[in-house]
Design a protein around this ligand. Structure first.
Ligand code: GLN
Length: 485
């Protein structure tokens, strides 16, 4: 098998025995990137020189017997993670020249394990989108069908896994941005519980919803990556002081007696037929493995998208106020005076979707409308959280589709923001509730497009969804299929 095909745990075994060096693995990855990148466009910035130096350092560490399972593994990061000395754009023109002076905690933790950074991955601008089409750095294409979107906003992170351009990647998820692209590209993606992973050094979109998580080839890799980045960070006041379990130890393959909730609001008419069939087959598989099913109700599901687009845009309008051309990022050369400079820098620097969200959020927070929109959305958020709390009194995990359809065509929804927003209908409630969920490959459409299934867990119940995802993976072969690119 080619080195670029290997999972983290497979490559780790090769590195440990000395069959392959990290330098060889990194070179193989860089060559793979070079050959497929013109067709996919996963990267915004490549860092080959530092990658080779990191690989050599990793090989020395392995030789000294001090290796972590991630030592020498070539990774790539969504371009939302600050990487000291390496340009970080967040997919925006306004940060096209921004080189951060410090790194995100999650990247620091991976670097301390000895990971090799191949580069920074494409994404929707400021993580606002579901298709990667709002990036200022061009579209990323779905490796399974390059006329289609890879999903978003961590589209580059998922496409790079599907196209074998990195062994694992990190993304972020505010309303589905890890799970939806993972589903569309046939990868595993996990959004941890809010507070599980530090957000320090992750460019903020909607701070009460944003969370960091891995996109990987399989569930074992996902458990390894989560274990490396999770845990309390004094630099993020919302990170929680809960011990980090050994997530790989949770992968027992045993789901006998596991109670799986099937929310009736998620299996709606209008759901794509191929998605419906994949879900039915997944339920059958779990049945064979000894799981039990409970029909549940999450009655406020209908209000989730509206609630999300009030809260997320309100927080975004506040977070994005810092891009004013004064301290960092794009500054308009045409401007006269301070106000003109700020206005022109922001007008030139932000794309259309980001501007739309800043306006929506500013409106929702404005004095006359604050109670009617923002405060009301917060109340509905509480109701949505309550739906999940009640459901988890009777079940261990909740099974749903990740997205209502497989990956759509590039350009299909760009003129219809509402249609784009609705593609996150099954992922958004999880962020509002603050709990964890993952996407696991669960089938293919008639056109050969990957379909993911979503497993939602209790707050800090990552071990349970990983166990359930792993058992499913063991019983099926979806994750072994490869995109022909
Ligand atoms: N698609 C959703 C949005 O546009 C979610 C994005 C995300 O999770 N970052 O806001």
């Amino acid at each position: 098998m080619d080195i670029f095909e290997l999972t983290i745990h497979q490559l780790h075994n090769e590195l440990k025995t000395g069959a392959v060096s990290s330098l060889e693995a990194t070179k193989a990855m860089l060559a793979r990137i070079e050959s497929v990148e013109p067709h996919v466009g996963s990267f915004i910035t490549l860092t080959p020189e530092s990658a080779l130096a990191e690989a050599e350092a990793a090989d020395r560490r392995i030789a000294s017997g001090e290796a972590h399972v991630l030592t020498g593994i070539p990774l790539a990061l969504k371009d939302i993670f600050l990487t000291e000395g390496i340009r970080t754009t967040c997919g925006s023109r306004i940060l096209h020249n921004f080189v951060p002076p410090y790194s995100a905690t999650s990247w620091e933790r991976l670097r301390d394990c000895g990971c090799v950074l191949l580069g920074k991955l494409n994404q929707d601008e400021f993580a606002m989108g579901s298709s990667n089409e709002s990036s200022a750095f061009g579209v990323t294409r779905n490796p399974w069908d390059t006329t289609r979107i890879p999903g978003g906003s961590s589209g580059g992170s998922a496409a790079a896994i599907a196209a074998r351009q990195a062994t694992a990647t990190l993304g972020t998820d505010t309303g589905g941005s890890i799970r939806q692209p993972a589903s569309h590209c046939g990868c595993v993606g996990l959004k941890p519980t809010y507070g599980r992973v530090s957000r320090y050094g992750v460019i903020a979109y909607a701070s009460s919803l944003d969370q960091v998580g891995p996109i990987t080839r399989d569930v074992t890799d996902c458990a390894i990556m989560l274990g490396a980045v999770a845990g309390y960070d004094p630099r993020d006041s919302t990170s929680v002081r809960t011990p980090v379990p050994d997530y790989t130890a949770a992968l027992t393959g045993d789901v006998k007696g596991l109670k799986i909730g099937l929310p009736k609001e998620y299996f709606i008419t209008g759901l794509d037929r191929d998605v419906q069939e994949s879900m039915a087959r997944a339920i059958e598989t779990y049945g064979r493995l000894g799981a039990e099913f409970v029909e549940i109700s999450l009655p406020h599901t209908d209000y989730a998208v509206a609630t999300y687009y009030l809260i997320a845009t309100a927080e975004a309008s506040s977070n994005l106020a810092r891009y004013d051309g004064v301290r960092f990022g794009h500054r308009s050369p045409q401007a006269e005076g301070l106000i003109d400079m700020m206005t022109k820098s922001r007008s030139e620097g932000f794309g259309a979707e980001v501007k739309r969200r800043i306006m929506l959020g500013t409106y929702a927070l404005s004095s006359g409308y604050y109670d009617a929109y923002y405060v009301k959305a917060q109340k509905v958020r509480t109701l949505i959280m309550g739906d999940f709390t009640r459901a988890f009194e009777n079940v261990d995990v909740i099974l749903t589709p990740v997205a209502p359809t497989p990956a759509f065509k590039i350009g299909e929804k760009t003129n219809d923001p509402l249609q784009m927003y609705l593609s996150d209908i099954f992922t958004i409630p999880v962020n509002l509730a603050g709990t964890c969920a993952m996407s696991v490959p669960a089938g293919f459409s008639a056109l050969g497009l990957p379909i993911g299934l979503q497993l939602i867990g209790r707050p800090f119940g990552e071990e349970t969804i990983l166990r359930a995802g792993h058992a499913f993976e063991q019983a099926t072969e979806w994750h072994t299929r490869k995109a022909e690119i």
